[in-house]
Design a protein around this ligand. Structure first.
Ligand code: ATP
Ligand code: MG
Length: 571
């Protein structure tokens, strides 16, 4: 038989499937992509893409390319090796910190391996575009990125080397930026639709990227490291990191005066609430932390937990640490377990609080002396908040910021992120073009990422079943997997079918391995996860084959011609 480019013969492929999960694998995508022979771990967070995996990766990239070209994106390829100086100019060297892979050349010049490319793109456009007539511009690349992730677990879901599509828009007005952002949003919807994702678009925070409006594309999955909220009533959706709480202020007057109470042995919220017979939510918890070494109190209702990660995120690049016994040693004014903001906030410590600690709210809190608490401590009357921050761990049932109904919480994988950056990078590099009136105008930028390699693993997470991978058609490494059950006649038929289908443009994987038992071949076909499995088996000699849908498991016996017709029309 001739070797048709649409036909892959397993007898000639470098493919080794594994019966057992890799020992360090925690997520289904990690286990299955390794076991089915798509990827191999090279070192921590660094992966080799084997023939099947490369096909899937390229299929994702192809869909991304088509849709980016569709909105007028121009593909380029920038280097991954970048002068560190660029990242110093924008302050991102410090913001990314240890996440940056850093190296020196032989002359001692500092370089980084690009984690994302806003800086260099701004420079390229500064070099190439000089007039408003050159705008808007959308540039994109599909390239390898480097981030020295702290815990690269989960296989290719979180690599230290990974594939990203990153694009950047350049406009001369805010309306222009909004339009470029809108184009990307729609292109992303088409991309994730075509790839076969179940996904949500949620409001996000911009993080180290800088800038204002941003949204994430999340693929709901148990293995996800992001938590997002969703409102079942109004459809509001946001990353929990971006969820904001607003609490209307209440009147300051009409509250009884502060009253000190003896509360022996009540250093915790539980013991205090039980002793006084009030709900924990009526008490004010004051967590002491150090921000860049300075003692700071964070006030939250007693029934809520402080999310230290979220706190650190909002205060970055300031460093947030929990206090230790030593920090109390030279601060007799801070009584462990009995701290209250009255008389202390803004004096003994800066006072940060959750928005629930709104002006006019009244609390039971520490009296700043041992074994004593105070009640009727009113925010705005007895203490002031220096800064409000959303710092409590979000819980199901918390109010939706749009409609007030109880929200739901779910886990997801971030597969894409779009930002309206504004002028942060243009300012850093003085990126101007000549405007319509002959005067320079500062350019405004957007930046837009898709985790191309992560998308492969995220799809595996969403679509796999107990038998193995189960690819959506657009990304599958083939359209049909033909299994030759073993006898010479069966192999002959399988190869003949493969040839015919290949010639018709159907992508075929044909299992013509001679020394492999039919049982292993069937198991491998399920594991590899091509959408349709065609078996040349028992009735091959009569010209009857079996067609199986990998997803539904539905199987049907068909005459060869009918099977061919079916596969050439659906492919
Ligand atoms: P995360 O919060 O998961 O670390 P991020 O918000 O830092 O991601 P972005 O800077 O928004 O990531 O990068 C754009 C896209 O690149 C992400 O939406 C994600 O799909 C992908 N991505 C980011 N980090 C990784 C990684 N370590 N491995 C694989 N893909 C990644
Ligand atoms: Mg992101």
């Amino acid at each position: 038989m001739s070797q048709h480019s649409h036909v892959q013969r397993m007898s000639r492929m470098m493919l080794k499937t594994l019966r057992d999960d890799p020992a360090d694998a925690e997520t289904a995508s990690h286990k299955l992509l390794v076991r089915a022979g798509y990827v191999r771990r090279s070192s921590a967070g660094v992966w080799t893409w084997l023939p099947l995996g490369k096909r899937v990766l390229e299929n994702v990239a192809r869909v991304v390319r088509e849709e980016m070209d569709g909105i007028g994106g121009q593909e380029v390829l920038l280097p991954a090796l970048l002068p560190r100086e660029l990242y110093e100019t924008t302050g991102r060297a410090e913001e990314y910190g240890d996440l940056l892979f850093a190296l020196k050349d032989r002359k001692g010049v500092d370089y980084v391996l690009g984690p994302t490319h806003e800086e260099l793109f701004a420079q390229v456009v500064k070099d190439q575009c000089s007039s408003y007539k050159d705008m808007p511009v959308i540039l994109y690349q599909i390239q390898i990125k480097y981030r020295d992730e702290a815990r690269p677990r989960s296989g290719v879901l979180r690599g230290r080397e990974f594939h990203m599509k990153d694009s950047y828009s350049f406009d001369t007005s805010d309306d222009g930026l909004a339009a470029s952002y809108g184009l990307h949003r729609e292109a992303y919807q088409r991309i994730f639709e075509r790839l076969g994702f179940d996904y949500r678009i949620v409001s996000a925070v911009s993080g180290a990227m800088g800038g204002s409006a941003s949204e994430e594309f999340l693929a709901p999955a148990a293995a996800g490291e992001d938590t997002y909220v969703q409102c079942p009533s109004c459809g509001y959706a946001a990353n929990t990191e971006a969820l904001t709480t607003t609490v209307a202020p209440a009147p300051l007057d009409g509250h009884p005066p502060v009253e000190e109470l003896d509360t022996p042995d009540t250093p915790t919220i539980e013991t205090l609430a039980a002793h006084l017979g009030v709900p924990a939510s009526a008490t004010l918890k004051n967590l002491l932390v150090k921000i860049d070494g300075e003692i700071t109190a964070v006030g939250v209702p007693g029934d809520r937990e402080v999310d230290l990660g979220k706190l650190a995120e909002q205060l970055a690049p300031a460093e947030v640490e929990v206090v230790t016994a030593e920090d109390f040693a030279d601060r007799p004014d801070l009584v462990r377990g009995y701290v209250g903001p009255q008389g202390m906030a803004g004096k003994a410590f800066r006072y940060l609080a959750d928005p629930r600690v709104a002006p006019g709210t009244s609390w039971v809190t520490g009296s700043n002396k041992p074994d004593s608490h105070s009640r009727n401590v009113v925010c705005g009357r007895d203490f002031e908040v220096d800064q409000y921050l959303d710092v409590v761990v979000v819980e199901p049932g918390d109010p939706c910021p749009r409609c007030g109904s109880g929200i739901e919480l779910d886990r997801a994988i971030e597969i894409g992120h779009i930002f309206q950056l504004g002028r942060k990078y243009a300012d850093a590099f003085e990126l101007d073009v000549l405007g319509q009136n002959g005067k320079p105008v500062r350019v405004t930028m957007g930046s837009y990422g898709i985790g191309v390699s992560r998308a492969v693993a995220a799809l595996a997470e969403q679509t796999h079943d107990e038998l193995g991978l189960c690819w959506p058609r657009e990304v599958a490494p083939a359209d049909v997997h033909i299994v030759a059950a073993g006898k010479a006649k069966q192999t002959e038929l399988a190869l003949e079918l493969a040839e015919k289908l290949g010639a018709a443009g159907v992508r075929v994987l044909v299992d013509d391995r001679a020394s492999v038992s039919p049982g292993v071949k069937f198991t491998d076909a399920e594991l590899i996860g091509v959408p349709q499995i065609l078996v040349a088996g028992r009735r091959a000699e009569e010209g009857v084959v079996e067609l199986k849908d990998r997803r539904t498991g539905e199987r049907e016996e068909l005459p060869v011609d009918e099977a061919l017709a079916r596969l050439t029309t659906t492919a």
